[in-house]
Every structure is written in C-alpha cells, then in structure tokens.
Design a protein around this ligand. Structure first.
Ligand SMILES: NC(=O)c1ccc[n+]([C@@H]2O[C@H](COP(=O)([O-])OP(=O)(O)OC[C@H]3O[C@@H](n4cnc5c(N)ncnc54)[C@H](OP(=O)(O)O)[C@@H]3O)[C@@H](O)[C@H]2O)c1
Length: 315
C-alpha cells in the first residue's frame, strides 16, 4: 500500500478549543450512489490519509458515512481524535428551537458522540417538515440569525460539536452575524474554484479569523454544460507543463490561496490524485494567467425561483 499522505491542517481560531481542520476534505454530496459504494470510498479515503469528511442532513450521506467511520474506528484504521467530521443544519431546521434536536439527529445517524464542525447550511429558513428541493420561495420564513446562532452556540456548550460555523454566507450576511454573535463562526464553507475566486469574501474571512472552506473546488457539482475549470485550455497547458492534471492544478491553486477545501471523489485513483498537491508549486506566471479566468457562480442557491439577494455582495 502507498504511504499515507499527511494532510496539513489549519487552526480554527474562532472555536473554543484548538481544533485543526485538515486542508483537504472529502465531500459526500449529493449521495445518489449505493450505500456500499459510499462505505467503500470512505474506507479507502481513510487508508489514503483523508481525515476530514463533509456531510449534511440534506445530503442523504450521513448514515453511510457513519457506518464507514464506525467500521474504520472498529478496525483501528484511525482514532476518533484524528477524524474531523462536518455536518450541516438544513433550512427546514434553521429555527432557534430546532437546532439542537437537528444536531442530535445528525449525531445519531452518524453514530457519533460529537461533530468537529456544525454549519448553518444556508442563510435561509423554510417551513419545518417540508423537504422539496429546490425550495419553493413561498416556503421561506424570516431567518432569525440571532436566535439560530444562539442555539448553535448552545450546541458548542453542550459538547455536541467542537466548532460552529456557516455556509453560503456573503460578506453582508457575515457582518450581520458577527454583530450578534458571542462566539464567532470558525468556518464559512462556500463555492470557490478558479472560475469563482471569491476575493472579497476571502479577505473578509481572513480579517475576522474565519477559515474559508471551498466547495465544488473542481466546479463539477452543478448540472450544466461546459466546465469552465476542468475544460479550460489554459489550465490544461499549465497542468501539462507541471506533469499534473487540471484537477491537481486547481486544488493546488486553492491551497496556495490559504483556504481549505472539500473535493469529492469516490474513485480510488482520483481521490489519491487529489492528495498529490503538496510537493510542487505553481509559478508566478501561472498565477497571473489564472487571475484572468472569467468569473461566474456555479451554485445559484437552493431556491426556485433563485433569490437575487441571497449572495448580495459575494464576488
Ligand atoms: N455547503 C454547500 O452548500 C455545498 C454545496 C456543494 C457541495 N458541498 C460539499 O463540497 C463537496 C465537493 O463539492 P462537489 O462535489 O460539488 O464538487 P467537486 O469536488 O468540485 O467535484 C466532484 C466531481 O468531480 C469528480 N472528480 C473528483 N476528483 C477528480 C479528479 N481528480 N479528476 C477528474 N474528476 C474528479 C468527481 O467524480 P468521481 O467521483 O468519479 O471522481 C465528482 O463528479 C460536496 O461533495 C459536498 O460535501 C457543499
């Protein structure tokens, strides 16, 4: 077996302890694969060195991930302390009184006593119990950010999670949250890739001690035509010059920007490829060219019709 790759970590300065989040995480959404595929992929990922596993109540992957983690723990492949498990609060439970029960339910499904990170999945609240996706705007309710965040802080105090954070929050939405928070969010998980570089949001997060985790780092999660990253001729040239794949060049770029990311591959070779980004570097010329890539968002948000003010100033 190939040597396990040691993935660097970043300290979550805004959480209560000294938690460290691995720079590379393994995604699990959307989980339409059979449970055995998920289980096999997670076990393989642990063998290769992955320690951060990203899931959410909405993904349908908590159960299979939990079973795989339990098996890995029982086999002694890894200890609970070495793992970093993230899950997320879905919009139907984004109400102050539903936060703690939602996290308790996720923990039960995952067969875990605590999470390492719990995130508000979207800055939106919808009618409890109604689960259509995309969410109909008629089902949206006012988002009580202060009340929900107090409940997130309660989750931390109860020891149900080691750190709390948010996902899909723009600068403006983070500013609102920071104005009411007693404990600052440790992480903001958002779309970030070479075709959606999030410069303003990154600066804001960095200035406020919030670690940014990039989702859809290869821009493959959406369902639409050309992939502006994986089918980009300029990136292909850069990749060939380094003897790497476009995926590796894209992930290395994220690493060099100082963010963490969750990429998803359930394929043994590709998940290994995505770890091989630490012993080489992009050149200044590469970075200048990458800066010129046309920017647009891949993930438009979970509502139908789409909400113009959901991301407000995220760019
Ligand atoms: N917070 C949020 O709202 C949110 C939204 C979206 C995603 N996420 C999280 O972020 C994770 C990653 O995002 P994502 O799944 O949208 O996108 P992604 O990681 O950019 O792309 C995943 C796709 O890329 C393929 N892939 C992975 N490595 C590859 C490689 N080296 N070469 C070629 N293809 C490769 C995978 O296929 P194979 O499996 O066949 O390799 C899969 O189809 C999700 O799984 C989820 O956990 C969070």
């Amino acid at each position: 077996m190939a040597a396990i790759i040691e993935i660097p970590t970043k300290v979550l300065t805004n959480s209560s302890g000294q938690q460290r989040i691995p720079v590379i995480g393994m995604g699990s959404a959307p989980d339409f694969t059979c449970k055995k595929d998920t289980r096999d992929a997670i076990i393989e990922a642990i063998k290769q060195g992955y320690r951060h596993f990203d899931t959410a109540a909405a993904y349908g992957s908590e159960q299979a991930l939990g079973e795989a983690l339990k098996e890995a723990l029982d086999l002694g492949l890894v200890s609970r302390e070495e793992l970093f498990v993230t899950s997320k609060l879905w919009v139907t439970e984004n109400h102050p009184h539903l936060v703690v029960p939602a996290l308790q339910k996720s923990l039960k499904t995952l067969q875990l006593e605590y999470l390492d990170l719990y995130l508000i999945h979207w800055p939106l609240s919808s009618t409890p119990g109604k689960f259509p996706f995309p969410i109909a705007v008629e089902d949206l309710l006012p988002f009580d950010v202060k009340g929900v965040w107090e409940s997130m802080e309660e989750c931390l105090k109860l020891g149900l999670t080691k750190a709390i954070g948010v996902s899909n929050f723009s600068v403006k939405k983070l500013q609102n949250l920071l104005s009411v928070a007693n404990i600052l969010p440790a992480v903001n998980q958002v779309e970030m890739n070479l075709a959606w570089q999030q410069k303003e949001l990154r600066e804001f997060c960095s200035a406020n001690g919030i670690v940014l985790t990039a989702f859809s780092p290869l821009r493959k999660g959406g369902s639409r035509g050309a992939n502006e990253v994986m089918e980009n001729d300029m990136l292909k040239e850069i990749a060939e010059a380094h003897g790497k794949s476009i995926a590796q060049v894209s992930l290395r770029w994220l690493y060099e920007q100082g963010v963490t990311f969750a990429a998803k591959s359930y394929d043994k070779e590709r998940m290994n490829q995505n770890l091989q980004i630490f012993d080489w570097a992009l050149t200044k010329e590469d970075l200048e060219k990458m800066d010129q890539i046309k920017q647009n968002r891949l993930i438009p948000g979970p509502t139908k019709p789409q909400l113009n003010d959901l991301f407000d100033d995220q760019a």
